[in-house]
Design a protein around this ligand. Structure first.
Ligand SMILES: [Zn+2]
Length: 246
């Protein structure tokens, strides 16, 4: 249905939309290093693009709130430009934003998070749970989980879901002007089982064996693959929101 950008709405129009059962979407990303070929804004760009695609497909109108561009991002902290918040600050910020949206009268809010650091995703789930209640449903569609995660490919599940083929393909589809294609094509594949080394105690991307803040195979990324991945993510996000609306 129709996408309304909260940055362009007045408060009376926002109230009208909330009272009409419009769904609120909150895109969440981070400001963090994504290899030498992608900008710091990758997670925000992807989250906003998913919101646009979800709005086009959903059976209700949608208000997209301004994105959350800062997060807990300890793994990329050694790299210039990364801004990390501690877990308490990040949780309180997200809770505050979600409470603000709920107090405006929205009953269904979906947090569209595309910063996948496990500790951060935990914070997102915790903040949503804290605000959830009464007439407010705060959903956190989680595309890491089955059945969606495995559809996103081996690299996503077991390798470089950070600035590799997966994220680079999404960026080529959503914002190709932000991808340095020459730098991307020059990057050798870096096979690291990121979930495995994180479980093993690695605390940042350097300790994970990623000295340039990327993993996987960015050189293999294509816009076509990005389109395919966006469709899978959008399908899953739409399904989880529609399930809550019925
Ligand atoms: Zn990312």
């Amino acid at each position: 249905m129709t996408l309304f950008d909260a940055r362009q709405l007045t408060w009376p129009r926002t109230r009208e939309l909330a009272e009409a059962g419009t769904v609120a979407l909150l895109p969440v990303g981070s400001t963090e290093a994504h290899g030498p070929h992608l900008p710091l804004s990758v997670d925000v760009v992807i989250a906003e693009e998913v919101c646009r695609r979800v709005a086009a497909r959903l059976s209700r109108d949608v208000v997209v709130f301004p994105p959350v561009a800062y997060a807990l991002t300890d793994f990329a902290a050694p790299f210039a430009g990364t801004v990390t918040l501690n877990a308490d600050v990040a949780r309180q910020m997200l809770e505050g934003i979600l409470r603000g949206i709920v107090s405006g009268g929205f009953h269904t809010i979906a947090v569209v998070n595309h910063h996948l650091e496990p500790a951060h995703f935990r914070v997102v789930h915790e903040a949503a749970k804290a605000v959830q209640g009464g007439t407010a449903r705060v959903l956190v569609p989680d595309h890491r989980r089955a059945p969606t995660g495995p559809l996103l490919g081996h690299e996503f599940m077991h390798g470089g879901s950070h600035a590799g083929r997966y994220e680079t393909s999404l960026m080529l589809a959503a914002a190709p002007s932000l991808v340095n294609v020459a730098a991307m094509k020059a990057l050798p594949t870096l096979e690291v089982d990121l979930p495995g080394v994180i479980k093993g105690g690695a605390k940042n991307f350097l300790e994970c064996g990623g000295p340039d803040a990327y993993f996987g195979a960015p050189a293999e990324a294509t816009a076509e693959e990005g389109e395919r991945l966006f469709t899978i993510i959008t399908d899953a996000t739409v399904a989880s929101i529609e399930a809550a609306l019925t």
